[in-house]
Write a protein that binds this ligand. Sequence first.
Ligand SMILES: [Zn+2]
Length: 218
Amino acid sequence: MKDIARFIAGFERFQIKYFQDEQSLFSRLRHSQQPRVLVISCCDSRVDPAMLTDADPGDLFVIRNVANLVPPYVHEIEAPGIRAALEFAVKSLEVEHIIVLGHSNCGGIQALMKGEGITQNQYEFIGRWVSIARHARERVLRELPQKPLALQERACEQAAILLSLENLLSFPWISERVDNNSLALHGWYFDIVSGELLSYSAETAGFEPLISAPGSET
Ligand SMILES: [Zn+2]
């Protein structure tokens, strides 16, 4: 129960910060939300989009799932939850940016790289879910055979982000908005070890630092 007491105390601080006067942020937010950004991130406790970007309540509309995956518009895995959240963010909130936020040391991608066997082990659902990104796994195994597993996992974490971006474009009401420049898609990668935030660059066809690691020269 000590853990829970800590979070209740945390909520108390939140309440003081946001609800102590009438001019607080929530006096506006109580009527509606107008986030301009949708973030799709992993459930991982180390990769909280609002904490990572120092965002306020109301800034980010967030979808979280294992390995920050987006299934294509039509796919054998139904995942109505993510499709409904996407639809609301795009059609109703009219977000202007969608960020797929992946990260290093991702347990979901590690499960994917282990292959189908995982479904026969202790898990019932994870193998099937992460199989949404099976093409990313296949690509990594094809392009980086014989490489150390850690390197393959990192490559797969990044390839899965690109696959999710591609899958986002299979939703007609997303590709239409991207085509008319009312919506932009971004692939971000948080490196838990170095503390760097990388972004996919179409120019270099790779992930480049948006901001360098603390203490680095650049
Ligand atoms: Zn993860």
